[in-house]
Design a protein around this ligand. Structure first.
Ligand code: FNR
Length: 371
């Protein structure tokens, strides 16, 4: 059962790493370079949105139920947009993972494959589609698109993503510009301008023979003009499910449904874009209620523990994506570190679910939480 039960989890875990997932950040801080630390851990502006994300999880409380005859062997597996997974958890798309560990995305995709958790490949990865696909093998992978201003590059990304086995397209809407991130600004450091995180672009046909690829990239990344009218183009060039990532309002969720999208990720990018934005968890219940019957509602931003996963599922998410904790595991132990994080998360989810009186994630609803 892919290590989701306690015994399996303990077998697979890396002994020197804590099973206290919320504490992993402190350990990771000690091994990351100042530039990597500045890029990965902090958030936009004063950090208030990132704090609000965590506080919203802290505020919601599970109401454990007793004597409900919970299955001794629970099955957390589910299918989301045609992808089977051992539990409703995915690895969030994150670029420039070589900042955390020299093997970067290759170590993460191998770990995800070992646990069976779907891996979402970022447009801003330090390894390109083909390298990640070779490392990930047949395990499930989705592709996250930053919609470039150059549509030839966009089409080449979609073709290569499909050819390398990515089944679902995740279009990130909240990063048409980079947020105001003081830690990077003060250091004058941006991985992309240092040439990290543009691997997918470098191997795009229209980059062949370009004199300065970083400048070329910088010309097509900021895309604030993006609008709902740009979505049909994706439908024309992608034959699988399409998910919009970064939806934070009920109105945008409804528009996503009206535009024929298959799913959304309720997310504020881990607080890295709009400082002062509401906590993603606070946006979730209203959105799930408005569109949950028409769209697959996914969630990220602030998931740190198995109990957090229970809370997000109870508030209407079909599955969650986990971000920074994966990079902390990567920084601390490469592939083994990421496996450790994923196994702990799934193990704690399983235990929390059972102790709260549930045999399967699908049984959770708002009634599982207080208030
Ligand atoms: C991200 N995130 C992100 N999102 C995306 O759509 N494409 C990307 O390339 C990246 N890159 C990226 C790098 C780093 C270092 C981080 C920390 C995050 C955002 C990510 O997918 C997710 O939305 C958040 O990380 C979720 O919040 P938590 O789990 O980190 O709190």
């Amino acid at each position: 059962q892919l290590g989701i039960y306690l015994a399996g989890m303990l077998e697979g875990r890396t002994p020197e790493l804590t099973t206290d997932l919320a504490a992993l950040e402190n350990a990771a801080r000690k091994v990351l370079s100042p530039e990597a630390l500045g890029y990965i851990v902090p958030s936009a502006g004063s950090g208030s949105t990132a704090r609000a994300n965590l506080e919203a999880f802290e505020r919601r409380r599970i109401v454990p139920r007793m004597l409900r005859g919970v299955e001794r062997q629970r099955d957390l597996s589910c299918e989301v947009l045609g992808t089977r997974m051992p539990a409703p958890v995915l690895v969030a798309p994150m670029g420039v993972q070589t900042l955390a560990h020299e093997e970067g995305e290759l170590a993460t995709v191998r770990a995800a494959a070992a646990v069976g958790v779907p891996y979402v490949h970022s447009t801003a990865a330090a390894h390109d589609f083909e390298q990640v696909a070779a490392a990930g093998g047949d395990a499930p992978r989705w592709y996250q698109l930053y919609y470039p201003t150059d549509r030839d590059v966009c089409v080449s990304f979609l073709r290569r993503a499909r050819a390398t086995g990515h089944s679902v397209l995740v279009v990130t809407l909240d990063t048409t510009l980079l947020g105001w991130r003081p830690a990077d600004l003060d250091r004058g450091y941006l991985p992309f301008l240092a040439g990290t995180g543009i691997a997918n672009y470098l191997s795009a046909p229209s980059f062949a023979g370009v004199d300065n690829p970083v400048t070329h990239w910088a010309g097509m990344f900021p895309n604030p003009g993006l609008s709902w009218d740009d979505l049909p183009f994706l439908r024309d060039h992608w034959d699988g499910p399409i998910v919009l990532k970064g939806i934070m309002s009920t109105e945008d969720a409804r528009l996503a449904a009206e535009h024929g999208m298959d799913g959304i990720v309720v997310s504020n990018h881990g607080g890295r874009q709009v400082d002062g934005a509401l906590a993603a968890l606070d946006a979730l219940p209203g959105i799930a209620e408005a569109v949950g019957d028409r769209l697959t509602v996914l969630f990220d931003s602030g998931v740190r523990t198995g109990a957090d996963v229970v809370k997000a599922l109870a508030l209407g998410a079909k599955a969650v994506l986990v971000g920074r904790p994966v990079l902390y595991g990567l920084a601390l132990g490469g592939q083994a570190g990421v496996e450790h994080v994923l196994r702990c998360l799934l193990g704690e989810l399983d235990i929390t679910l059972a102790l709260s009186g549930y045999s399967a994630p699908g049984e959770l609803g708002p009634g599982a939480l207080a208030g």
